[in-house]
Ligand binder design. Structure first.
Ligand code: FE2
Length: 423
């Protein structure tokens, strides 16, 4: 007797006609034609069942603040930073919590059940830290929220930032952040990486730095991040976010850099929606895309995830919490159109970020948490192509969101009258 059986599933690895049996919030059986009964049964009808989407890079303190106090007219990174600076003094804890919870609702509806969010610690009140720690507790039953202490204005450049960052960690923030390319000099940037990696090593924490989010080919803080991670034995616990300068770097230098990143066990998090809009802004033509070297890093054995980064905030006026939209953009920008590469793009918003976040019990194996998404698609490539409807979202064996299938009714002479996307 199971609590729930989902029958006739297709799995991301291509296995079809699979039944998933769930007891006490965990997957307890996974094979064709499970015998036995369940309190509830769902017929997946051959649709894809995937582990939930995971966003490895987000800013929940600014999300859904679009238009406050004004709209980013130029759409540039610099106007976005200026805008955030204008908004910060007027932030209230209640407003941050309300926006964050609203975004988490969007996320759940889209099958996004784990988010790593940076939270700005360059505010002596640590208002956003307190707010997001509350949100983290509140959403815990249905969404894993991991927080990164992010010194937006530079841990060395912004007075008091290191003390505030440390205080945020004391309050329960999970991960050490940084932004070395925003420090005053390259040397300060390298120093900030050393300080922050040592802090993480002392406390046994993970590291995730905004690193080299620039078109400057000489912005090479990822080299220092890899070297410090290696020196301090942080293998598997460090991520470099953005890494856009790598797009513009000298090829010979990159051929040395990638093995160092691999050796240090540092993961990369690209943010395709944001970096395709924010990078290359100083270029005339040809304009650089500005996204980091995703297929090359994957080929070197480096974990690469795609993050959403922003949704309707000073930096990005679009987005909806849909990680398939993120994967779709990443696939296009990186020209990852081969069959295996398209599947890697799906992994970049599911299994790879789950590994980077260190999520316990993630996956579709017996013993894992019964967390998954039923998609109106037959396979991961179709899911990306259609940004497929999330028919059902399951957390710990409970259906927590449903969306009706997408069906169009046509009224054309002598033509079929409906189109149901997939199957
Ligand atoms: Fe970011």
């Amino acid at each position: 007797m199971f609590d729930l059986i989902v029958r006739h599933c297709t799995l991301p690895d291509g296995r079809s006609h699979q039944d998933i049996g769930i007891s006490k919030g965990r997957i307890t059986a996974l094979h064709p034609a499970i015998a036995g009964t369940a309190a509830q049964e769902i017929d997946a009808a051959g649709h894809l069942v995937s582990p939930p989407f995971v966003d490895a890079h987000f800013h929940m303190d600014s999300t859904l603040s679009y238009g406050q106090p004004r709209v980013n007219q130029s759409g540039t990174l610099l106007e976005g930073i200026a805008l955030w600076g204008e908004l910060k003094p007027h932030l209230t804890q209640d407003a941050i919590i309300e926006r964050a919870l609203r975004y988490c609702d969007w996320a759940v509806a889209k099958g996004l059940l784990a988010i790593r969010s940076h939270v700005d610690v360059c505010d002596p009140r640590l208002l956003a830290v307190e707010a997001l720690l509350q949100v983290k507790q509140q959403v815990k039953p249905y969404l894993d929220l991991q927080l990164v202490a992010f010194p937006q204005d530079g841990v060395l450049r912004s007075p008091g930032a290191l003390a505030q960052l440390t205080r945020a960690l004391d309050m329960g923030v999970d991960v050490v952040g940084g932004i070395p390319h925003f420090e005053r000099t390259m040397a300060d940037g390298a120093e900030s990486v050393r300080i922050l990696c040592e802090l993480a090593a002392e406390r046994g924490l993970r590291v995730d730095m905004h690193c080299d989010e620039s078109d400057d080919p000489l912005s090479r803080h990822i080299e220092t991040l890899a070297s410090q991670s290696h020196r301090l034995g942080l293998h598997g616990r460090v991520a470099g976010s953005h890494l856009t300068s790598m797009h513009s770097m000298d090829n010979y230098y990159v051929s040395k850099l990638l093995p160092l990143i691999k050796e240090a066990g540092v993961a990369a998090i690209a943010n395709p929606l944001i970096n395709i809009t924010l990078q290359g802004r100083h270029d005339t033509y040809p304009k650089r895309r500005g996204m980091t070297r995703v297929p090359e890093m994957l080929a070197a054995g480096i974990d690469v995830a795609f993050g959403h980064d922003c949704v309707m905030d000073p930096w990005y006026s679009l987005g909806s919490g849909d990680m398939l939209e993120v994967a779709h953009m990443g696939l296009h920008v990186a020209q990852m159109t081969g069959q295996a590469a398209m599947r890697q793009c799906f992994e970049a918003v599911t299994t790879t970020p789950a590994r980077i976040l260190g999520l316990e019990g993630y996956g579709l194996d017996v013993g894992c948490h019964a967390d998954f998404v039923l998609l109106q698609a037959r396979d991961p490539v179709e899911a990306i192509r259609l940004r497929a409807t999330r028919l059902a979202v399951v957390r710990r064996g409970q259906v927590i969101a449903r969306t009706p299938p997408t069906v169009a009714t046509l009224n054309l002479p002598q033509r079929p009258s409906t189109i149901a996307w997939s199957l």
